[in-house]
Write a protein that binds this ligand. Structure first.
Ligand code: ADP
Length: 414
C-alpha cells in the first residue's frame, strides 16, 4: 500500500528523489509518466516522473493533477511536488501553479517550498537561493538556455506564479527546531511558505515539522528524512526487496553524455581494458549497423559511447546541426540497447539525461523499482523489458566519480 506519492517535473529529478528516499530502506517505485492502468502492486513510496518543467502552464497543471489522482487511487496520504534545487522555472513558471492546483485538489490551505540541497551546495537563507557561495542569479543558472534564473529571491519568483499569499519561515526559526517551525507556519497568514535551510539538520527539522502536511514541495533533499519519520510511526513499513539477482546476465555500458565527468568515466573504463566502440555522429547517418555488428562479436561488459570532448562535439554539431547530431546518437544508442537486450544483455549502465530517456523508452520501461545507490543520486533500478527482468542505472551528465561504470557493475555482483 502506498503512503507517499511524489510528482517530479523531470526524469533525472525523479531518479534523484528516488535515490534519496530509498536510503530509508523503504520500497520506492518510479513511474515514467502517469501509468495508463489503475494502481496495482504499488510500493510504499511512489514517484511519477513527468516532463513538465518548461511545458505550457495549463499542460503542466493538467498532467500533475492526473498524476495526483493516480497516486490517491494508490492509497497515498502525503504528497510531494518535486522540482529542481535551482528552482528552475520559466517566467510564466510552473512551480507555483502546479502547487496551487494540487493544494486545491487535496483541499489543503498551506504548503512549503524548500529547494535546498546542502549536500550539493544549494541552500536557502532569508528566502534567497544560493548555489555554493553565490546567489542563484550570479551562478551559471543565470544563462541556462531554457530557464535562466535572474533573481535569487524565492518569494519574488513565486508570488507572480500564485494567487495566494507568499510568506517566509526564516532560518532563525528553523534553527529553534520542529515545534518552533510548526508554530510559525500555523501563525503565518500565507498559503505558500518559503522555508530556509542551509544544512542537513535544518532539513531534518523541516521534515519533522511538516510530516503531516498533505502537500510539501521542494528539491529532493527536504523529502529525504520523511520515510524514517513515518516508519517510526508505523505508517510505512514495506522494505525494499533484493531483486538484483533476477537481473542476472551480461552487462553493457551506453554513454551519450559529453559532460566533463562522463568523459573521465569513459576514459577510466577503457583504461581498465574493457572493449569500447566509439559512435561518430557523421557515420551514424548510415544507421547503427556497424555498432551492432561490433557488439555481436564482444564478450565481457563492453562500452558503446558517443562521449567526446567539446571540440569534437562542436564539429559534429556544425556538420549536422545540434538537434540532428543529438538525435542520431540517441537513436543509435536506443537501437543498440534493444539489440543487446534481445541477445541476452540484462544489465545496462546508461550515461546522459536525454540519453537515459531515449534508452528507457526504447526498452519499453514504464516502471523502475529502486535498488542500491551507486553514487549520490544515482541508484540501480530494476525493471521489466521485453518480458525480461533487467537492471538499469540512468546517470545524468555530471553525476558519479571517474570509476562510476566499474563501481556500478561491481555493486550488482556484491
Ligand atoms: P548530459 O546528462 O550530460 O546532459 P544528455 O544525454 O542529456 O547528457 O545530452 C547529451 C546530448 O549530446 C545527447 O542529445 C546526445 O545525443 C548528444 N551527443 C552525444 N555525443 C555527441 C557527439 N559526439 N556529438 C554531438 N552530439 C552528441
Amino acid at each position: 500500500m502506498t503512503f507517499f506519492g511524489s510528482i517530479a517535473d523531470d526524469f533525472t529529478g525523479a531518479t534523484d528523489l528516488a535515490a534519496l528516499l530509498s536510503r530509508s530502506g523503504v520500497a520506492v517505485s518510479l513511474r515514467i509518466g502517469v501509468p495508463q492502468s489503475p494502481p496495482e502492486a504499488t510500493a510504499g513510496l511512489e514517484i511519477i516522473a513527468l516532463k513538465i518543467r518548461t511545458a505550457p502552464v495549463d499542460e503542466a497543471v493538467a498532467q500533475a493533477r492526473e498524476a495526483l489522482a493516480w497516486l490517491r487511487a494508490a492509497g497515498a496520504q502525503r504528497f510531494f511536488w518535486k522540482y529542481c534545487s535551482t528552482f528552475d522555472s520559466t517566467p510564466q513558471g510552473n512551480i507555483g501553479p502546479v502547487a496551487e492546483a494540487l493544494m486545491a485538489d487535496l483541499g489543503t490551505a498551506q504548503t512549503i517550498y524548500c529547494p535546498a540541497f546542502p549536500e550539493n551546495g544549494r541552500s536557502v537563507f532569508m528566502g534567497h537561493l544560493f548555489v555554493g557561495e553565490a546567489l542563484l542569479s550570479d551562478s551559471p543558472m543565470k544563462d541556462h538556455p531554457l530557464t535562466p534564473m535572474r533573481d535569487a529571491n524565492l518569494l519574488r519568483l513565486l508570488q507572480p506564479q500564485v494567487r495566494g499569499k507568499v510568506g517566509l519561515a526564516p532560518r532563525s526559526v528553523v534553527a529553534q527546531g520542529a515545534k518552533a517551525l510548526a508554530a510559525r507556519l500555523a501563525g503565518l497568514d500565507a498559503a505558500h511558505v518559503v522555508v530556509d535551510a542551509v544544512n542537513g539538520q535544518d532539513l531534518a527539522v523541516i521534515a519533522e515539522a511538516c510530516q503531516d502536511m498533505a502537500l510539501m514541495t521542494g528539491g529532493s533533499a527536504v523529502a529525504m528524512a520523511l520515510p524514517r519519520l513515518w516508519q517510526a510511526r508505523g505508517l510505512v513499513g514495506q522494505a525494499r526487496t533484493a531483486v538484483a539477482k533476477a537481473a542476472e546476465g551480461p552487462a553493457l555500458v551506453l554513454s551519450g553524455s559529453c559532460s566533463a565527468m562522463t568523459n573521465l568515466q569513459v576514459a577510466d573504463y577503457l583504461g581498465r581494458g574493457h572493449p569500447g566502440y566509439r559512435l561518430d555522429p557523421l557515420a551514424l547517418m548510415d544507421g547503427p549497423g556497424a555498432a551492432l555488428d561490433w557488439l555481436a562479436a564482444q564478450s565481457g561488459a563492453p562500452l558503446i559511447y558517443a562521449t567526446a570532448e567539446p571540440e569534437a562535439v562542436k564539429s559534429a554539431q556544425s556538420a549536422l546541426g545540434t538537434a540532428r547530431a543529438g538525435a542520431l546518437v540517441e537513436e543509435a544508442l536506443a537501437a543498440v540497447a534493444t539489440f543487446a537486450r534481445d541477445r541476452g544483455t540484462r544489465r545496462f549502465v546508461v550515461a546522459g539525461g536525454e540519453t537515459s530517456g531515449a534508452v528507457a523508452s526504447a526498452l519499453g520501461i514504464d516502471r523502475l523499482d529502486i535498488g542500491p545507490e551507486i553514487a549520490p543520486g544515482v541508484p540501480w533500478c530494476f525493471a521489466t523489458s521485453g518480458g525480461h527482468p533487467i537492471a538499469i542505472t540512468l546517470k545524468s551528465g555530471n553525476f558519479g566519480g571517474p570509476a562510476f561504470f566499474t563501481q556500478s557493475l561491481e555493486l550488482l555482483d556484491r
